[in-house]
Design a protein around this ligand. Structure first.
Ligand code: GLY
Length: 559
């Protein structure tokens, strides 16, 4: 069976069993305490906690997932960063008996897998949660028991799942392994775990299952690794002259990158953007002689029928990959030279390693490799300590600088004011450095921004600018103000209006290393205080001047 047949076989099976089929949610979850959607249940989290589900109490889906926890494992037979998760869910409807029987019926009757290939695990109990005797009894009726050698008990680490994020539903699980590989996880949500890891029984019991499509395909297609299934062979077939592990890493990471970029994520040094940068740079590094653009195109082709957003954003996807390749090339050149001269002096302390990382975008992994070649070591703990210190210092700076004052200036208007700086920087990046601000008007509800540009912007350009501004909001950049002489400011900052109207000492606002402008303020302390940026109109204002109207939707998804 092809992967596509497996997807539809699964969804049809559960539809016939009375489940509503719900489309995949975005890879960017609404829960700000997690970076990515890692499981099918995330979009249903509150229905497990008693909120009424608009889809009824039984649903099934095929969910796009991205897992950073497995990055180091990618290259073995079974681990991936991007994967698709098939799942059926019950919110206070059926429980253990039906869930186990559905799974058995689907695998044995529908897919006709030999029962001899299946083994199961059940939660063995600990001092907080009892052994799951109910599941044992159900499995026994189906021919699985310790005595038969096809049922094992496991502890918390293996057979207890959730919550995703800081708190939420969780519970004991029973897992189905096919030929020794864990394929389907059936979670019985019986508890709520709070921020202090305290468990309380849930009033409403739920079922949350997750089956990796790639692992299922691997067994259904009789392959010994997920990289041999039909969702990977078109990719691995294009990667020549690489050892098997490198091939797998390149294929996985390019696929992951394509999906992340399709969600509007851009490479950066924080959060989702950092993960994207990391997998992209790893793919570039392993695949120096590989045509990554063609590989990315192939990913779009493989998935476009299921996830049409890939095709509609293909141009953006390819250009982000190309740009990151260039940036990485430059960073590598500078980074290798600077690292080499630091290494020549001896082992690398944490501060120095962090400086190389921070100022040259040179990844810690590469710093370690370069050091190793020269027989030196890197103080990794020191590196992380320096990174933490850096984050704390910038946060404290922001709090001090922006305490008070905001309410007087209207907090919403202040946010829009900062958004105009991000907008101008994004316009200059996308349309060119010749763009200047020609005027702006801000209320608590929206911003209006005029700039010089000779023609109507395309939908693609508008989207690209929106994406870039939102990326910078999510990056949680520090907004810093410095006072300096007008002469100095005019040399380093972008000028919005005629310089004549400024005094001799001026304020300059800098947002990360993305924007720098002469401005009187006030502004927010960090970009994550802004909501999601949306351009609602682009029109002509006068000859050669365009006007953008934009609004902010709720709060940003970042921490
Ligand atoms: N939500 C179950 C799993 O991801 O395994």
């Amino acid at each position: 069976m092809t992967s596509q047949q497996l997807r539809s076989e699964f969804l049809n099976f559960f539809e016939k069993k009375g489940h509503k089929i719900v489309p995949s949610f975005s890879l960017l979850p609404t829960d700000p305490s997690v970076l990515f959607t890692t499981a099918g249940m995330q979009q249903f989290k509150e229905y497990f906690l008693g909120k009424k589900s608009p889809y009824g109490d039984k649903v099934a889906s095929c969910q796009k997932c991205f897992r950073t926890s497995d990055i180091e494992e990618v290259g073995d037979d079974a681990h991936l960063t991007f994967l698709e998760m098939l799942g059926n869910f019950s919110f206070g409807g059926y429980f253990k008996e039906e869930a186990i029987k559905f799974a058995y019926e689907f695998l044995i009757n529908n897919l006709q897998l030999p029962i001899s290939q299946l083994t199961v695990t059940v939660f063995g109990g600990d001092n907080e949660v009892p052994r799951d005797e109910e599941s044992v009894k159900i499995w026994e009726k189906l021919g699985f028991s310790e005595k038969n050698g096809n049922l094992r008990f496991c502890g918390r680490a293996d057979n207890f799942w959730g919550p995703t994020g800081e708190e939420g539903p969780c519970g004991p699980t029973t897992e189905i392994h096919i030929r020794g590989i864990e394929v389907w996880n059936l979670v019985f949500n019986e508890y709520f775990q709070d921020k202090n890891k305290k468990l309380t029984p849930l009033k409403q019991k739920g079922v949350d299952t997750g089956m990796g499509l790639e692992r299922l395909a691997m067994t259904a297609q009789d392959k010994s690794s997920v990289f041999e299934i039909d969702l990977f062979t078109p990719l691995t077939g294009m990667i020549n002259n690489q050892d098997e592990k490198a091939k797998r890493i390149i294929a996985d990471h390019i696929k992951g990158a394509v999906f992340l970029i399709s969600e509007g994520i851009l490479p950066s040094n924080v959060e989702q953007g950092y993960v994207l940068r990391r997998i992209l740079r790893r793919a570039i590094q392993y695949g120096k002689s590989v045509d990554l653009t063609s590989l990315a195109r192939k990913v779009v082709e493989i998935y476009e029928d299921i996830y049409p957003e890939l095709k509609s954003r293909e141009t953006d996807i390819l250009s982000v990959i190309e740009k990151e390749k260039e940036k990485f090339g430059e960073a590598l050149k500078i980074g290798i030279n600077t690292t080499a001269s630091e290494i020549a002096k001896g082992d690398l302390d944490g501060e120095t390693a962090f400086r190389l990382y921070q100022s040259h975008g040179f990844p810690l992994e590469l710093i370690k490799e370069e050091a190793k070649k020269a027989g030196r070591v890197v103080d990794e703990e020191g590196f992380y300590a320096a990174q933490k210190k850096h984050q704390e210092v910038s946060r404290a700076g922001a709090e001090k600088k922006f305490k008070g004052g905001l309410a007087d200036d209207g907090a919403e208007a202040v946010k829009y004011h900062t958004a105009t700086h991000l907008l101008l920087a994004a316009l200059r990046e996308v349309l060119g450095p010749e763009i200047y601000q020609k005027g702006s008007n801000i209320t608590a509800e929206r911003l209006r921004f005029d700039f010089n540009y000779p023609q109507k912007m395309t939908d693609g350009q508008i989207k690209e600018i929106e994406t870039l501004v939102n990326q910078k909001i999510r990056e949680d950049l520090l907004v810093e103000m410095k006072e300096m002489s007008k002469d100095k400011a005019l040399k380093i900052a972008k000028v919005s209006f005629d310089p004549e109207k400024y005094g001799e000492v001026v304020k300059v606002y800098q947002i990360g290393d993305f924007s720098i402008e002469l401005c009187g303020g006030p502004h927010v302390g960090r970009t994550s205080e802004l909501g999601v940026f949306k351009i609602i109109k682009e029109e002509s204002s006068s000859a050669g001047i365009r006007r953008i109207r934009a609004i902010s939707l709720g709060h940003a998804t970042s921490k």
